[in-house]
Every structure is written in structure tokens, then in C-alpha cells.
Design a protein around this ligand. Structure first.
Ligand code: IPD
Ligand code: CA
Ligand code: CA
Length: 269
């Protein structure tokens, strides 16, 4: 993607994200229409739909040739990543949005022919914007993020995780995951995959592991983490397929191979 075009695309995407975020903040105490999707805990609200529609309407008007992959179904049904594709999660952390009115984000990744060119993650209530353009570094607000610590010790790592290490699950041996949790320094669960990837980029967490995420949960975060030298794959070490659901391991490359070999490929599957 041509740099001048990418710069203007980023400026436009950022302006829309900030505008959508301001709208959400202004309406944060308004009554919500809350529904469910795949199960009773998979929430969707009128605000998720309104925010996604805002992006789709603007993208279609300004960039009619671009394609859109988005969570609430107003985008395109894609079978390839050819061309320029906006991968949008209008509210990542809907459960936090509903129950806590904080700790949720707007997440937008813009990919060109399958390569992540732009990542934007906006913590709406904290008004913190994480962003990156490929090969131009990652930023928190306007401050460039430092490269990840190459000397990270496994025993001092903090990881973002969900409850899969507590519960029997299809993919990994939960007893090995319990060993993992006991070996690292600490684990955290923030409830927004996008923000958790941003925290890895910021260096306040050393990794994030999840068993079943969608492209819109991670598209922006992968670009941002990549710009500070972080690595993202599925739990087998294979690059993430942006057209499908996937497990996700994002971390400091210093520890990636050890986690896969010692904890993720030890039974199950
Ligand atoms: C969810 C959040 C959550 C993760 C779920 C996602 P949503 O996204 O990222 O942290 O554990 O798997 O589905 O539904 O709030 O956009
Ligand atoms: Ca999400
Ligand atoms: Ca969402």
C-alpha cells in the first residue's frame, strides 16, 4: 500500500474511531437494548450495532472499493483477503461495556492483500488510543512504545488468560496450563482481547493466550504488537488465519517456543 494513501487512510480511520468513541461516552448512561448471540453470555447491544453501522456507512461512502469484515454482520462475507479489508470490532469487551461501563475498546485493523497495514485500538472510557502502521512503530496516544524486553524471564512474565486453564477444554491439557499459571509470575483477565493485546504491546503484560477468537478481536492488536517485536500465532505456532476463528498466542518471542513446546502441545488434540 502506497505510504501517502496509507497515511490519509489512517488519519480518516482514527478520526472516525475518536468520533464513535465520543458518541459512546456521551450515551454511556442511556438505556441499552441488550440481546444475546451464540449463548446467554455472548452479549450484543444496540450500541455495538450502532457503532458498527457508523463505520460501515462512512467506509462505503469514502472507500467504496474497500471490503469490510465486522462482528455484527453488516459487513461483507469474505472468502479471501485480497484488496483492502477493514476488520472491525465496534465494541470489544461488550460484557464489560454492559456490566462495568469501562474496559472496552473499538478495534480496527486495515489489511491489504492479507498484510496488516494499520491497527487502531481505542480504550473508549479512558480515552487512550493505541495505534500502529506497519514498519512505522506502535504508539500509545502520541508516545512511541518501546520494543519488548528481549531479556524477559519466563518466571517473571504476566499473561492475559481466560478461564480455560481452570476448566476442561478441547484444545489444551488444563493440568499443563495450571503448571503454566503457577510457573509464570501472574495472570490477568481484562475481558477485552483487543485491550489485552495493546497491553502486551505496551509491555505491561508479557503475553496473551486465548483458545477461540475471531479476526476482529485480534486484527488490530497483531499489527500493534508486531511493531514492538511481539509475535502472534495460534497455539501450534502457525500464523493466524484472518478469515476464521483461531486460538491465539501473542507474546514476547523470547518465550513463545517454550510455551508451545512445554505447555500447549502436551496432550489433547
Ligand atoms: C470478546 C472479548 C473477550 C474474549 C471473547 C471475545 P466481544 O469480544 O474480546 O475478552 O474473551 O472471546 O469474544 O464479544 O466483547 O466483542
Ligand atoms: Ca471482540
Ligand atoms: Ca464485539
Amino acid at each position: 500500500m502506497n505510504k501517502t494513501f496509507r497515511d490519509s487512510l489512517f488519519d480518516q480511520a482514527k478520526a472516525w474511531v475518536l468520533e464513535a468513541g465520543a458518541t459512546i461516552r456521551n450515551k454511556i448512561n442511556d438505556p441499552l437494548d441488550i440481546g444475546t448471540k451464540s449463548d446467554a453470555n455472548d452479549l450484543v447491544t444496540s450500541m455495538d450495532k450502532e457503532t458498527e453501522s457508523f463505520f460501515i456507512k462512512n467506509i462505503r461512502a469514502s472507500y467504496p472499493e474497500h471490503l469490510i469484515l465486522s462482528e455484527e454482520g453488516y459487513g461483507d462475507h469474505l472468502t479471501t483477503l485480497n484488496g483492502t479489508v477493514w476488520i472491525i470490532d465496534p465494541i470489544d469487551g461488550t460484557m464489560n461495556f454492559v456490566h462495568q461501563k469501562r474496559n472496552f475498546a473499538i478495534s480496527i485493523g486495515i489489511y491489504h492483500d492479507g498484510i496488516g497495514e494499520i491497527g487502531i485500538i481505542y480504550d473508549v472510557m479512558a480515552d487512550i488510543l493505541f495505534y500502529a502502521k506497519r514498519n512505522e512503530g506502535a504508539y500509545k496516544n502520541n508516545v512511541r512504545l518501546a520494543p519488548l524486553n528481549p531479556n524477559l524471564k519466563f518466571e517473571e512474565a504476566i499473561f492475559g488468560l481466560n478461564h480455560f486453564w481452570l476448566c476442561e477444554n478441547r484444545l489444551v491439557d488444563e493440568r499443563r496450563m495450571q503448571d503454566f499459571v503457577k510457573t509464570i509470575r501472574g495472570s490477568r483477565t481484562y475481558g477485552s482481547a483487543a485491550l489485552e493485546l495493546a497491553y502486551v504491546a505496551e509491555g505491561i503484560m508479557d503475553g496473551y493466550l486465548s483458545m477461540n477468537l475471531a479476526p476482529w478481536d485480534v486484527a488490530a492488536g497483531i499489527v500493534i504488537v508486531g511493531e514492538v517485536g511481539g509475535i502472534t500465532s495460534d497455539i501450534d505456532g502457525v500464523p493466524v488465519n484472518m478469515l476464521d476463528k483461531s486460538s491465539i498466542l501473542t507474546c514476547n518471542p523470547t518465550i513463545q517456543k517454550r510455551i508451545i513446546a512445554d505447555y500447549l502441545q502436551t496432550g489433547k488434540k
